[in-house]
Design a binder for this molecule. Sequence first.
Ligand code: ADP
Ligand code: MG
Ligand code: MG
Length: 513
Amino acid sequence: MTSNSHAEYPPELSQAEEQYLLSNLKDWSIAHGLAVRPAPSFVEPSQDPAGVLASTAPVTLFPSLFPRSCFEEGMAIQKAYNELYSGISRDEPWLQSIVEELVDIDDFVAKLWRTHLEVKKEGYVQELSLGLFRSDYMVHQDPSLANAAPGLKQVEFNTIASSFGGLSSQVSALHKYLLTIDAYPSSTSPMIKEEGLRQSNSASSLAKGLAAAHHAYGSSRASPSLCVLFVVQNPERNVFDQRHLEYALLKESGVRSFRLPFSETLAHTRLDSDRTLIYTPPNAPSTAYEVTTIYFRAGYSPDDYPRDEDWSARLHLEKSRAIKCPSILTHLAGCKKVQQVLATPHSPHLKRFLPNDQVAARVLETFAPIYPLDDSEAGKEARKLATDASSATKYVLKPQREGGGNNVYRKAIPPFLEKLPETHWPAYILMEMIEPPPLENAILRNGELQRGGVICELGVYGVCLWKEGNGNDKKGEVLESWEAGYLLRTKGDQSEEGGVAAGFGAVDSCCLV
Ligand code: ADP
Ligand code: MG
Ligand code: MG
């Protein structure tokens, strides 16, 4: 991390103050499940054969300063984003026109699309769909305008496995706790006012979304025992983040849920003749649970599908009567290509899904410039920018992937494209880098403290439950929609990627200024 001479926040701590703060932070984190399974590089699997160890999740010591107006705008427009992305998911012809540009050059997108077509051929039997979304932003301040107000620019919109809603609720509670026990030295406290701290209710609010789908499913057909199924990766280091949702779902709504590794889908689930999805837990094979809602925390990456059987498993789940969070069409709506098409200047697309001009204008305001790398005029222009060593430094190149670690940044773009056949370039989008104003903080990761310049990324969660359109009512209908709390992730300013799970960032909370 670099140091930034302008920052007066956070102040230096004496060694005694730092020790006091850290010991409180570490104990609170473990006591409240602000934790992850240890990285293999931190604790070798041979040192923990029983799998009983956990370590504190990477967190910032202090809540990061965040412009109040930006925070409030992000929260305020989340329902518009829910409307936008549920509308896209319901508009198969529109999505098809985008997917068509990718199917020949992106095998993963092609396989998802084919899976959707196979289900469509037999007919979908569930008309409800759930989205647990997260819209990610950075603060942008035009460097050429000295007194420009900071604005919020969208990094991406996640429609599948939007993570950290569980840990986010915990880290905002941690920062509040540290303030109330005076773990922050008195010189800092005037900057961190309780009034400015924002508790994120994401764990509870996302769990309420799962409960809403569960209840909307209606009465059982096969088994009196209904459940929600968390389809997960195995192993999963970020398991406690998911567990917080599971526990909130049980405690606040009385809904039972199970964790099923995606790779074991076909071994533990079956479809009844009417495509009711039945789950039999491995510990009680004679008990049958009818699945109301499938919550995917896996299946978003090609790495989740090493065998043909894994594609059969996705097809099997998609065919089922259970409500999918997300369905394949909603998963595809999260493609970066969709974001690029929406951001095309003067395009009619946004209006198609957001007919209210004022609402559309506020959403439009959050778009950063994004270009295709295809044969269109804009695409040709973007190809020039991306292949020129000096202009490329302002951009990031993104494929249609999720989960972090897939992008190509700045000066690495021209040599990357040089090696890639030109026919494959349209599988990527070119996005202007958002350059947030300098900030400082300290990050605790694997017991090591790193201080210096940081970059923050705000995620706003959204819950949306909708009904697909049918012959008479093509557009369908949104049944539930709400903003579901926030996530702040913070990384050292020398890292291009920001993923907490991928090992680059930390979970944080907002101190509004
Ligand atoms: P993924 O779906 O893999 O998370 P993202 O689009 O979120 O992909 O990119 C990963 C990370 O790269 C982000 O968390 C952010 O730190 C960085 N990043 C992506 N786009 C931009 C951008 N336009 N400006 C600055 N940083 C970006
Ligand atoms: Mg993503
Ligand atoms: Mg991301």
